[in-house]
Design a binder for this molecule. Structure first.
Ligand SMILES: Cc1cc2nc3c(=O)[nH]c(=O)nc-3n(C[C@H](O)[C@H](O)[C@H](O)COP(=O)(O)OP(=O)(O)OC[C@H]3O[C@@H](n4cnc5c(N)ncnc54)[C@H](O)[C@@H]3O)c2cc1C
Length: 308
C-alpha cells in the first residue's frame, strides 16, 4: 500500500482521534482523517484510494457505527456535505445531510414524505446504506434513486429497486459493498405545512417518550427478532441499567447502550456479549447486532474469543 499521496491532500489530519468525530464519542485514531464538505471531491478521493490500495472508511455522524478502540487503518472520511433540493416531486439530499434537519426543513416548506426522518439522528448516506427507518417510514419506502461512487471513482444513479432493501439491510452491505452514497432522491409531495409539521412533531414526541434522549447512544443495539422486540427480551432478562465501565444499558429502553462516562468500545462490546449470552440462554433467541463495528480492537488478550 502506498499512501504518501495523503500527506499532500489538503485538510488531511494524521493520527486523528475519531471519538471527536462521532456522536457516540467513542473510537481510537484514524491513520489519516479528512472531513469532506464538498461532494465533488469524493469521486477522485475514492479512485485514488483504490488505485493506491489505501483502505477507505466512510464515516457518517456516528449514530450507528461503533468505532473500535484501535481506530481505523488507512483513510477515514467524514462525509459532511449538506444540501437539500426539492424539484419534480423529489427531495434530493446530499450524503452528509442529517435526516432530522432535512425532515424539519422540508416540513416547514410543506413538503411531505420525509417526516419519519426526524426519528433517525444520522446522515442521509448512512441511512441509505443501512435502510434506516422510524415510526412507520423508511428509506426503502421513500427513496426513488441514489447517486453512488464505485470503487474506481465513477459515479452513477441507481434505482431504489436495485438497492435490495430489507430490514436494516441493503445491497451496499453486500453486492455494492465499497460503493459510497453521494446523494439520495426521495419521493415527496406538497401539502399544508401545518399538517406536515404536526406529523414531524408526533414522531418527535413519540421518540422522546420511548427512547433515551439527549444522551449518547447508537440507537437500537440489536435488530428485533421475528415477532418480538429485542428491548423486551433484554428487559425481561433483567439487564436494564447494567453498567460496564463507562457504558450502560439504558434504564429507559433496554435495546440502547449509552455512553455515560467516557466509555471505551470494549465496554460497549462487553455489554453486547452479556446481552447476547443472557438472552440466548434464557429465551433461546440469538440476537443479531444492528450497530456497525468500524476499525480494529486494541490487541489485548482479554478481548480474544468474542463472537461478533
Ligand atoms: C437515539 C438514536 C435513535 C435512533 N433511532 C433509529 C431509528 O429509529 N431507526 C433507524 O434506522 N436508526 C436509528 N438510529 C441509528 C442511526 O441514526 C441510523 O442508523 C443512521 O442511519 C446512521 O447514520 P450515521 O450518519 O450516524 O451513520 P454512521 O453511524 O456514521 O455510519 C453507519 C454506517 O454507514 C456507512 N456510511 C456512512 N456514510 C456513508 C456513505 N455516504 N456511503 C456509504 N456508506 C456510508 C458507515 O461506513 C457505517 O458503516 C438511532 C440512533 C440513535 C443515536
Amino acid at each position: 500500500m502506498s499512501s504518501e499521496w495523503l500527506a499532500g491532500w489538503p485538510g488531511v489530519r494524521h493520527h486523528e482521534p475519531l471519538a471527536r468525530h462521532s456522536q457516540y464519542g467513542v473510537g481510537g485514531p484514524a491513520d489519516a482523517f479528512l472531513r469532506v464538505d464538498d461532494l465533488a471531491v469524493l469521486p477522485e478521493l475514492v479512485a485514488r484510494c483504490t488505485a493506491t490500495g489505501t483502505a477507505l472508511t466512510i464515516l457518517g455522524a456516528g449514530s450507528n457505527a461503533l468505532i473500535l478502540d484501535g481506530g481505523i487503518r488507512g483513510l477515514a472520511v467524514r462525509s459532511a456535505s449538506k444540501e437539500t433540493q426539492v424539484a419534480d416531486g423529489q427531495a434530493t439530499l446530499a450524503a452528509g445531510t442529517m435526516m432530522p434537519r432535512a425532515a424539519l426543513d422540508l416540513a416547514h416548506q410543506g413538503v411531505a414524505g420525509m417526516e419519519w426522518g426526524i426519528g433517525v439522528p444520522g446522515s442521509c448516506g448512512a441511512s441509505i446504506w443501512g435502510n434506516a427507518g422510524a415510526f412507520g417510514g423508511d428509506v426503502a419506502g421513500t427513496l426513488t434513486a441514489c447517486e453512488v461512487i464505485a470503487p474506481d471513482g465513477t459515479t452513477r444513479w441507481i434505482e431504489s429497486s436495485q438497492c435490495a432493501f430489507a430490514y436494516r439491510d441493503s445491497a451496499f452491505k453486500h453486492d455494492l459493498a465499497g460503493h459510497v452514497v453521494m446523494r439520495g432522491a426521495f419521493a415527496v409531495s406538497h401539502q399544508d405545512p401545518a399538517a406536515v409539521r404536526a406529523r414531524t412533531d408526533a414522531v418527535q414526541a413519540e421518540r422522546k417518550r420511548t427512547q433515551p434522549y439527549g444522551v449518547r447512544s447508537l440507537g437500537s443495539t440489536f435488530k428485533n427478532p421475528d415477532g418480538d422486540f429485542a428491548g423486551r427480551l433484554i428487559e425481561e432478562a433483567g439487564l436494564k441499567g447494567r453498567r460496564q465501565g463507562g457504558a450502560q444499558i439504558s434504564p429507559k429502553h433496554a435495546n440502547f447502550i449509552l455512553n455515560i462516562d467516557h466509555a471505551s468500545a470494549v465496554d460497549v462490546l462487553t455489554l453486547v456479549d452479556i446481552v447476547r449470552d443472557e438472552v440466548a440462554s434464557r429465551f433461546g433467541v440469538v440476537l443479531e447486532r444492528e450497530i456497525v463495528l468500524l476499525g480494529e480492537e486494541l490487541a489485548e488478550p482479554a478481548a480474544a474469543g468474542r463472537v461478533r
